[in-house]
Design a protein around this ligand. Structure first.
Ligand code: PLP
Length: 468
């Protein structure tokens, strides 16, 4: 019997055995239950095994180079292959690989990172609670917000209002707070005290309105919900500055200003989920700065460490922290790895890279506008209903018939087809239902953007030819 062909394993750590792609696929299918995956489909098709990465490129186990137009899961902002981050981790692991922040202990990396995050985020967010993932950060917010209102002698304020198709993570509570219909239907969710309003998706809900009129109308849905629930029961409103996983929904002009006004009017806390928008994605450090939002609480993850290690954070504004500190006693909440020193050291070095290389300004002034300009060129394609985005975060929504304003059914089938055409041409572009989504590393060059957009254009042509 001839042995299976060896795969491209040149970059694997020595501890891993060398296997063929077929062997990896078989083992993967036999043992791994992947996140957000149809297991039967995966077993039938097998996974593409990713073995190494550099800059904006991934390589699979066959040695094929793939342009990562999604920066992993919207997280590798500084790009792959950053030696500085490896060195920062090694230095910290040598000095102190682990200690925690429980029971009145602290570590220098966690202290320094907290200080740096306070410096970068909008004024008034002066305290940080560390977690390991965006989901945990948002879970923490739920407990913190309820604790805040209990300490303020208004324990009946428990309802958190989110938005349809808002994504805040995959723990039980974060799923309940999020507005992803299919997720909430599994596992006996939703939970009580989470309500949702429509997201400000003009293509769906207000195509005949001006962006300004639609922005006012969409924010008005929050006022209606508050009145229906009862203002005295509402604890907080949560939203992503730009809704990411829910279809790349860019807020219309005036939307966030009106949301801010409504929250202030009712004394409701405003929470910005910056897990995707943070760390330069929209062309400012945070989406809240891009859209002039002044949140009481902000959650961060992903770009905080460019995904090199898991770390996330809750930025807490003075209104909430004062109550927690002055009236709170013990906040009975935390994770073994909250403020993990190695993850904090990597996050600090990652922020320093973004600063040193001016990557955030580059997104705002150069490469973000270039991506949008190139995508605008697809607007006349018969499948393209809308092109939208900000910074290096863009979506191209597909539509069945532009004149009749009709969408594809079942939703997502055509988008998935288009995504598969991109992937088989070695470019990662994600399909959120029928919206093609891009969020590449912030270091992407103009040439690489041309490649990404040209590949999408060809995939759109092929998808159109595939339509029945
Ligand atoms: N919030 C937003 C806006 C996200 O996009 C995500 C993940 O994609 C999360 C929260 C959850 O983060 P994590 O997957 O790190 O738990």
């Amino acid at each position: 019997m001839t042995p299976p062909a060896a795969s491209d394993a040149s970059a694997l750590p020595a501890a891993l055995p060398t296997r063929s792609t077929a062997e990896w696929r078989a083992l993967d299918a036999a043992h791994a239950l992947h996140p957000f995956t149809d297991y039967k489909a995966l077993a039938a098709e097998g996974s593409r095994i990713i073995t190494r990465a550099d800059g904006v490129y991934l390589w699979d186990s066959e040695g094929t180079r793939i342009l990562d137009g999604m920066a992993g899961l919207w997280c590798v902002n500084a790009g792959y292959g950053r030696r500085e981050l490896v060195d920062a981790a090694a230095r910290q692991m040598t000095a102190l690989p682990y200690y925690n922040l429980f029971f009145k202990t602290a570590t220098p990396p966690a202290i320094e990172l907290a200080r740096k995050l306070v410096e970068l985020t909008p004024a008034g967010l002066n305290h940080v609670f560390f977690t390991n993932s965006g989901s945990e950060a948002n879970d923490t917010v739920i407990r913190m917000v309820r604790q805040y209102w209990a300490l303020e002698d208004q324990p009946e304020r428990r309802v958190i209002i989110g938005r349809h198709n808002g994504y805040h993570g995959s723990t039980v509570a974060a799923t309940a707070m999020g507005g992803m219909g299919a997720m909430r239907r599994q596992g006996g969710l939703p939970l009580p005290d989470f309500e949702h309003i429509r997201e400000p998706n003009r293509l769906r809900y207000g195509p005949d309105q001006s962006p300004e009129d639609f922005g006012r109308a969409a924010a008005g849905w929050l006022e209606e919900a508050i009145q229906a629930i009862g203002p005295g029961r509402v604890a907080a409103f949560i939203g992503e500055p730009i809704q990411g996983a829910g279809g790349l929904i860019v807020p219309p002009p005036g939307y966030w200003a009106e949301i801010q006004r409504i929250c202030a009017n009712h004394g409701i806390l405003l929470i910005a989920d910056e897990v995707i928008c943070g760390f330069g994605r929209t062309g400012r450090w945070f989406g809240s700065q891009t859209f002039d939002i002044r949140p009481d609480i902000m959650t961060l993850a992903k770009g905080l460490s460019s995904g090199y290690l898991p770390i996330a954070a809750v930025m807490v504004g003075d209104r909430v922290s004062r109550t927690l500190i002055d009236k709170g006693g013990e906040f009975i909440h935390g994770f073994t790895y909250s403020g993990h020193p190695t993850a904090c050291a990597v996050a600090l070095e990652n922020i320093s890279i973004l600063e040193r290389e001016g990557l955030v300004d580059r997104v705002r002034e150069d490469i973000g506008p270039f991506l949008m300009e190139r995508l605008e060129g697809l607007r006349d394609h018969p499948l393209v209903g809308e092109v939208r985005g900000k910074g290096l975060m863009a979506g191209v929504e597909l539509i069945r018939d532009k004149d009749q304003h009709s969408f594809f059914a079942p939703v997502g089938r055509v988008g998935t087809r288009c995504r598969d055409h991109c992937f088989s041409n070695n470019v990662v572009i994600r399909a959120v239902e029928d919206t093609m989504v891009m969020a590449p590393p912030l270091i992407i060059t103009r040439d690489q953007i041309e490649t990404m957009v040209d590949t999408l254009a060809r995939a759109l042509d092929r998808t159109q030819r595939d339509l029945p």
